[in-house]
Design a protein around this ligand. Structure first.
Ligand code: PHE
Length: 346
């Protein structure tokens, strides 16, 4: 029996040395001290011994039992501590004591220019409106006098959606909705609206073309609006934005929704007119197409073209921002390159 106890002790020690977790330790506890455990077996065997032998052997077995119990308790504590540490190490922790360095964001250069123009026009009594980005074919084309199969539809490569709607190709898509919203202006109180927005065209992207760009459209409708009003507002706009005299040229331009239509070009501020990739070597940039609103467009908007006239302009906001900030590549705007974008502050 004593020999047996010695063997059990050695075996326990060996098994204990191989233990790595509290679960393994529990298994050992069961196999030595459990109901069918090795030590428990020895306790059961005591009854086969005579009284004298039972006394000494009994003492020995109980001693071993206590020893094993004690070792297991100590080991259990050590393993629990180890497992806890491991868990902590594998958890990502947030150190609240580290001082924070919060970086404040900046406005996108296009937003800056947009807000600036909005402010100029607000002081001249214009309302700011928002146009939808997903539009019906009717609003984007028909309502601005571009019927189906009209060649002008090819001028704007359109992204159509599965439901037959489209991503608006120009801010003019909001003209009809705005005319219907405000209705015919009262005498002497012309309707003056500014509606900036993001536009989409299926373009090959290069230094001066993007498939996602911003325009800013303006419209003034009243009983006495003429080309001279149009020219006046365009002049104010450009002088305020560039804060200096900018060379411009006006030439006839064709847009189905204006008659007459003009292209207001500005002298390329990047190359000074010598020719560069941004102005396609021409020295001029098409910046401000405009004209007198076509009678058909007024009529479709519920405004009587015999009583009212109006002008509209569709400023290339993205292009204007390029000019203002001397940005040579249009791709920068949608690049998400914050290091570059945040240098423009006003
Ligand atoms: N919608 C035209 C375009 O995107 C621009 C424009 C607007 C022209 C208003 C004239 C008047 O090309």
């Amino acid at each position: 029996m004593l020999e047996n106890l010695e063997k059990i002790k050695v075996r326990f020690q060996e098994e204990l040395n191989a233990v790595n977790s509290t679960e393994e330790l529990e298994k050992i506890r069961v196999s030595f001290l459990g109901k069918k455990g090795l030590v428990t077996d020895e306790l059961k065997n005591l009854r086969n011994l005579d009284a004298e032998a039972k006394k000494t052997a009994g003492m020995q077995v109980n001693l071993l039992k206590e020893e094993i119990e004690e070792v297991i308790v100590t080991y259990q504590k050590q393993l629990e501590e180890k497992e806890y540490q491991k868990q902590i190490e594998s958890t990502e922790r947030f150190d609240f004591s580290i001082p924070s360095s919060v970086e404040v964001g900046t406005l996108h250069p296009i937003t800056i220019v947009q807000k600036q123009i909005e402010d100029i026009f607000k002081t001249m009594g214009f309302i700011i409106e928002d146009g939808l980005e997903i539009q019906t074919e009717y609003n984007n084309f028909e309502a601005v006098n571009i019927p189906k199969n009209h060649p002008a539809r090819d001028m704007q490569d359109t992204y159509y959606l599965e439901n037959g709607q489209l991503l608006k190709t120009h801010t003019s898509a909001a003209q009809n909705t705005i005319m219907r919203k405000y209705g015919a202006p009262k005498p002497g109180e012309p309707l003056k609206v500014l509606f900036p927005g993001r536009c989409f065209r299926n373009e090959n992207i290069d230094a001066s073309h993007e498939n996602t760009f911003f325009q800013l459209e303006g419209m003034m409708i009243g009983d006495d609006i003429s080309i001279s009003n149009l020219i006046y507002f365009m002049k104010v706009l450009l002088t305020e934005v560039f804060q200096r005299d900018v060379k411009v040229r006006l030439r006839p331009g064709f847009f189905p929704f204006v008659e007459p239509g003009f292209e207001l070009d500005i002298n390329c501020l990047i190359c000074g007119g010598d020719g560069c990739p941004t102005c396609k070597q021409s020295g001029w940039l098409e910046l401000l197409p405009c004209g007198m609103i076509h009678p058909n467009v007024l009529r479709m908007g519920g405004i009587d073209p015999d009583k009212y006239t109006g002008f509209a302009f569709g400023l290339g906001l993205t292009r204007l921002a390029m000019m203002k900030y001397n940005i040579k590549d249009i791709r920068l705007f949608n690049s998400g390159n914050l290091k570059q974008l945040k240098q423009f502050t006003k």
